[in-house]
Design a binder for this molecule. Structure first.
Ligand SMILES: O=C(O)CCC(=O)C(=O)O
Ligand SMILES: [Fe+2]
Length: 251
């Protein structure tokens, strides 16, 4: 069992004392040029272990199988087991607290180069995804809010897929998403990830996907954050709603 207040103190101590300004600066530059950066240094091992343990427990307790194609992202597939925000909130103690922890927000903001805020629409705040069957994938898409902080809990070797690919400098026209046009117009970057890694992505202007897994399992929690300008936008939540298990009436 984890003691939440001890973990939150660990997180604050880590952000205040242990993060190297050189590492932050390198990540900030990469993020600003390429729309993504590994930021595994953002959290101490104690917090990563606690988050990973909760991800494992929550997926076992509440994971729901999805096998969909999403029209608003050019019918790209979602083949996975996932758990939406409401169930994560119900089954976990640490994740909601880590998500909203002020030191974490400050550390993400330093890499992003602008203020980062919890998503004002709760169902979008965090989601757990497990790829576990041959061909499971989170297909090409953009996210509704500007930032995603993804914590990797399990990942297969690259030879079995499950790595992230992204195309920075693209934007989502929900009526004409034209995924293939973005793929031929711009370079694709691929990102190898290991358990314990964390990456930050500018997901509203970086089209991204998880390469289909051949075998093995991949588990992550994606924490979504809003920019200051997101806070004053009216965001159309329909795409994610269906697949996050929120009924349309709640949108
Ligand atoms: O699984 C990943 O690394 C990315 C997840 C993602 O893109 C999302 O949840 O919107
Ligand atoms: Fe995404």
């Amino acid at each position: 069992m984890f003691d939440t207040s001890v973990l939150l103190k660990d997180l604050k101590r880590h952000v205040d004392n242990d993060i190297s300004p050189v590492a932050v600066e390198a990540a900030r530059r990469q993020y600003s040029y390429l729309g993504h950066a590994k930021v595994s240094f953002l959290a101490p091992p104690s917090v990563k272990e606690a988050v990973a343990a909760e991800v494992q427990a929550v997926i076992d307790a509440a994971g729901v199988r999805r096998d969909l194609e999403i029209a608003q992202t050019d019918n790209s597939p979602r083949r996975m087991r996932n758990v939406g925000q409401a169930d994560i909130f119900e089954f976990s103690k640490i994740i909601p607290q880590v998500y909203a922890a002020e030191p974490l927000l400050q550390a993400i903001s330093a890499v992003a180069g602008e203020s980062v805020h919890p998503c004002p629409w709760e169902p979008e705040q965090y989601i757990i995804t497990c790829l576990e069957k041959d061909g499971d994938t989170h297909g090409w898409h953009w996210d509704d809010y500007t930032f995603a902080l993804v914590w990797v809990v399990e990942a297969p070797p690259v030879s079995d897929g499950g790595f992230v690919q992204c195309v920075p400098g693209t934007s989502w026209n929900k009526d004409h998403p034209d995924v293939n046009r973005q793929l031929v117009n711009r370079p694709i970057y691929s990102l190898e990830l290991f358990p314990g890694d964390i990456y930050l992505m500018k997901t509203n202007t970086t089209m991204h996907r998880v390469y289909p897994v051949k075998s093995g399992r991949r588990k992550i929690i994606n924490m979504s954050y809003a920019s200051t300008s997101d806070l004053s936008l009216t965001v159309d939540h329909r795409t994610m709603s269906y697949f996050r298990g929120v009924v349309p009436e709640e949108v």
